[in-house]
Design a protein around this ligand. Structure first.
Ligand code: ZN
Ligand code: ZN
Length: 436
């Protein structure tokens, strides 16, 4: 099967392409990129007029919840949500039940992912059951298909184990992804500690709960020369620590998530539990520092930290509600606001949402180069739409962005040559259907 994607503005940071071109897909691969109208004939054409054509987006931080929490999300629904959000590859965190700390769990995820909609790359646990007591068999997990290690959801509380993990990360050349949280400092907290938490009478999580662990892990990274990646950066202090570390040549990369540069803790005055996330949404000053960190490259990647929950897990008093945002289906449009605001340009946005995460994970995605996998996203940047979380393909409807009007709709997602196309429903502009 050959498919010609015509009339689109091709944006591929890996080849410095930012112009109107036609893209030819043959089977599961990209056959070539041609000047408009100069491409060979194909069996099928996809019209990308008024759209950008980019490498498929890559999310290096997703919670697919399977095995163990299938009532929150499954590999099937999570990968459908990914494709709906323009992501063609996701890396799934190991805090499932059981934790992905063994070859058996990794194999099970990969087996089930064969029936999923997008590419799935498992992340293995650093420690058994993510309990910070003993390291997992990193080498065996890599052989089974794990692309990185993390105890996400939990920090590695034992500093010596974190040191060992970073030493191994150098030997095996895989990243160790740190969920930076001092559990004693964050204990019992529900939101950012500060003026608003005092006002609302909710227990706070101080910024230092994150920053002390960022500082520790940067120090261990410097000591070992390992490959450290800091997950979900939320504070100004963390941005500053990472910036300084990079200046000193420390081998660290970092990510943030759309909610940290879109919202402030002021929004929590609504007591909407969909705003409860870990680390918490911080202050305006932090939000601005995150944007600055994205602009100057201190923050390398935008990830979703897609954390779907069942309605019952969120429909509780704020203190007792679960942490997390269902993020895959709003991530691109929220991130595109950075381009609209002039903070980064479109090429930079596609780079940090597709190419850089692939480079950090060391898999050959995030590019439209000839002969690479035909993972492609087609986006209409002018199209406005209203977020309707009840229409999410994810089982998790827990989005604080419900009913927001955003710009930038995913029109078509192609995964290894398979086309997922969403056409506007004639009656309801916001309701889109998945056509397989
Ligand atoms: Zn985390
Ligand atoms: Zn996470």
């Amino acid at each position: 099967m050959t498919i010609l994607i015509k009339n689109g503005l091709v944006i591929d940071p890996s080849q410095d392409i930012n112009k109107h071109m036609d893209v030819l897909v043959k089977g599961k691969k990209i056959e070539g990129i041609y000047p408009p109208g100069k491409g060979p004939k194909a069996e099928k054409t996809v019209d990308a007029t008024d759209c950008i054509v980019t490498p498929g987006l890559v999310d290096m931080h997703t919670h697919l919840r399977e095995p163990g929490f299938e009532y929150k999300e499954t590999i099937k629904t999570g990968t459908m949500a990914a494709v709906r959000g323009g992501f063609t590859s996701v890396c799934c965190m190991p805090n499932t039940h059981p934790v992905n700390d063994s070859v058996a769990v990794t194999e099970l995820i990969l087996e089930r992912a064969k029936h999923g909609s997008c590419n799935v790359f498992p992340i293995g646990a650093i420690t058994i059951a993510s309990e910070s007591e003993s390291l997992t068999e990193l080498e065996a997990l890599i052989k089974a298909g794990c692309v990185a290690f993390s105890d996400d959801g939990m920090p590695v509380t034992n500093s010596l184990l974190m040191r060992r993990a970073l030493e191994y990360s150098k030997i095996f050349n895989v990243p160790v992804i740190a969920h930076c949280e001092d559990m004693k400092l964050s204990d019992g907290g529900a939101m950012n500690e500060g003026f608003v938490s005092t006002l609302l009478g909710l227990p706070g999580i101080p910024k230092s709960a994150e920053e002390t662990m960022v500082a520790r892990d940067l120090s261990l990274c410097e000591l070992t020369g390992g490959r450290l990646h800091i997950a979900h950066v939320s504070t100004e202090g963390s941005v500053n620590l990472i910036r300084d570390a990079k200046k000193r040549g420390i081998n660290v990369t970092a990510e943030t998530c759309p909610h940290y540069f879109t919202l402030t803790d002021d929004a929590l005055k609504s007591y909407n539990t969909n705003l409860k996330v870990n680390p918490p949404i911080r202050t305006k000053k932090d939000k601005e520092a995150i944007k600055k960190g994205i602009k100057d490259g201190t923050i390398d990647v935008i990830a979703t930290d897609h954390a779907p929950h069942h309605f019952d897990d969120k429909n509780k008093e704020f203190d007792n509600a679960a942490f997390g945002i269902s993020g895959l289906e709003t991530a691109f449009a929220l991130s595109y606001q950075l381009v609209e605001a002039g903070i980064i340009d479109l090429i930079q946005l596609i780079k940090i949402m597709a190419l850089t995460p692939s480079q950090i994970m060391d898999f050959p995605k995030g590019t439209l180069k000839e002969n690479s996998d035909a993972d492609i996203t087609i986006i209409n940047l002018e199209n406005e739409y209203k977020v309707d979380s009840l229409n999410f393909l994810s089982k998790g409807k827990n989005s604080p962005f419900d009913q927001w009007t955003l710009k930038g709709t995913i029109e078509t997602t192609i995964v290894k040559g398979k086309v997922y196309d969403w056409k506007e429903d004639k009656k309801d502009k916001d309701k889109r259907e998945l056509i397989l």
